[in-house]
Design a protein around this ligand. Sequence first.
Ligand code: XIL
Length: 337
Amino acid sequence: MVGVALPTPVFNESDAASAELVKREFNRVTAENETKWKGVHAGQGFDFSKADQFVEFGERNDMEVHGHTLVWHTDQPRWLFKGEGDKPATREELLDRLKLHIDKVAGRYKGRIAYWDVVNEALEDDGSMRKTEWYTIIGEDYIEQAFTMAAAAAPDAKLVYNDYNLEIPAKRDAAVAIVERLKSKKVRIDAVGIQGHYRTTGDPTIQQVEDAIVAFKDAGMEVLISELDVDPLPFAWDKVGADVNFSVEMKAELDPYTQSFPAEAEEAQAQRYADLFRVFVKHSDAVVAVTFWGVSDGASWLNTWPVRGRTNYPLLFDRQLKPKKAWHAVMAVAAEG
Ligand code: XIL
């Protein structure tokens, strides 16, 4: 399955050209934002108008629908972690809110959303637990609590742990440990999502990508490449990954291709995509889906993160929605089988 993350104008078809491209090129969809906490909550209540439109777009076009995400460390309403007065929420309060959220959201799309990212980005790059409010208020068992609630609310959905930098051995091993812990407690987990926010050069190596796929496969998991893009711009910082909490000041040297994408850079990116897809195809018994994080270069989140206002080129389709060298390279690998 080859998927794509959609912003509202694509799934409500006001951006008709992008919607047509999606119908032609992809067979699974993720909502870029509208199934997150911020996407479905209105005040303390719920507003499913956009999430409904998203799911209906997928169904109308016979696509596999991917839910993203039931628990994350960001893009949540402010009241979520607040208790009475100035106090933080208690463990019981937060578990109740989580259960209500999962019952309402995963329950609403029961039998319609095929995969749910139950927990997104619970780990630091060194393999320790990210000290989110979920972790500090509920405790380490918030992960198994969330998976248990999701299994009850959406018994037919495949349940996913999703993260970036899973190619770093310490982080990969910590994710395997999460899988093993859930399995030992008889809590269902079906898949791991490797986000795949890569760059044309630098880490991870293709070998590290393959090692991560194999590690999750050996742990009995399906593997999704869940948010693929290949960023060709100069490194804005010395980190790899996709930590949305970071940002970097704009400098001209970080934004070299404001007018056009040079042929050599496009070729290098196409090679990187081909190398990645060779590994995905090699492990197609485990890698059940690859989803791109955006339809076309102009719509990519990498135009605003980690540096606001750059002109980026990370996807298979350019700003005119034309296939790039990377598209041809991926299709060639697919044809090799
Ligand atoms: C990003 C969206 O693309 C942006 O529109 C939004 O402002 C922030 O989130 N990892 C994830 C995704 O799991 O949800 C993030 O999506 C990108 C990094």
